[in-house]
Design a protein around this ligand. Sequence first.
Ligand SMILES: NC(=O)c1ccc[n+]([C@@H]2O[C@H](COP(=O)([O-])OP(=O)(O)OC[C@H]3O[C@@H](n4cnc5c(N)ncnc54)[C@H](OP(=O)(O)O)[C@@H]3O)[C@@H](O)[C@H]2O)c1
Length: 248
Amino acid sequence: MKSDSLPVALITGSTSGIGAAIARRLAADGYAVVLHSRSSADAGRALARELGAAAYVQADLADDAQRVRLVREAAAHWGRLDVLVNNAGISRVIAHADLAAATPDIWHALYEVNVVAPFRLATEAQAALREAAARGRPGSVVNVSSHAGVRPKGASIPYAATKAALNHVTRLLALALAPDIRVNAVAPGLVDTPLTSDWTQAQQLWQEKSPMRRSAKPEDIAQAVAMLVDSDYLTGEILLCDGGLNLT
Ligand SMILES: NC(=O)c1ccc[n+]([C@@H]2O[C@H](COP(=O)([O-])OP(=O)(O)OC[C@H]3O[C@@H](n4cnc5c(N)ncnc54)[C@H](OP(=O)(O)O)[C@@H]3O)[C@@H](O)[C@H]2O)c1
């Protein structure tokens, strides 16, 4: 299927939470969207039907062959790819002082999905995103990082370290791929999604201590992503979206 009129965005992990909100937002902003997840295919297909100019691709981002297939199928479906949102991510909750619980297996699993996968998807999408520049607007990559990658906080040390690595990859790719492709990140604080539904202490912290007195809704993060996508100039930015908690 060809889409000469609509720009196309691939949003990873877009069957729930932040990713689904980003897909809805970019669809409302006039993008054809490629939805993706690891296993929740029914939810992906249902959202694709709801959004109209949308397709769904299933791929496990822990597996490199599936990463490559995802980008190929995404670019082929509409015949172009203008935006890549690396949203899919995994977390483990481990007390920071419990060093032994952060096993090598956990480190490797989080690093594969949260760091290696976004880098590999950008690598595979590079040619298609450069074609976007040739059509008149730079291609755009937005990585969904975390405030835990900016401050010494977060669900666990391995999780926070992967997000800090993703922030640095964002800046390095912004340098390496300019001017044809812009690369930015949003770094959310606490967001109300299935991942955090039982994080009662964090919810209380945001309600009591953050200047905005609440955690983010997925739509708040989607709005920040849409702002970065909409720009033709911003690159290498890590946009902290934590309701101001970092100021306290
Ligand atoms: N929620 C927060 O408070 C918060 C704060 C800061 C940053 N973040 C970041 O925001 C992003 C989205 O978080 P969320 O809370 O919206 O998560 P979520 O509701 O748990 O959704 C995660 C999405 O990623 C997909 N996914 C997970 N592992 C995958 C894999 N190996 N291969 C392919 N897809 C995979 C899931 O697909 P399946 O459902 O099919 O497995 C799902 O679509 C993550 O990068 C997270 O680290 C979240």
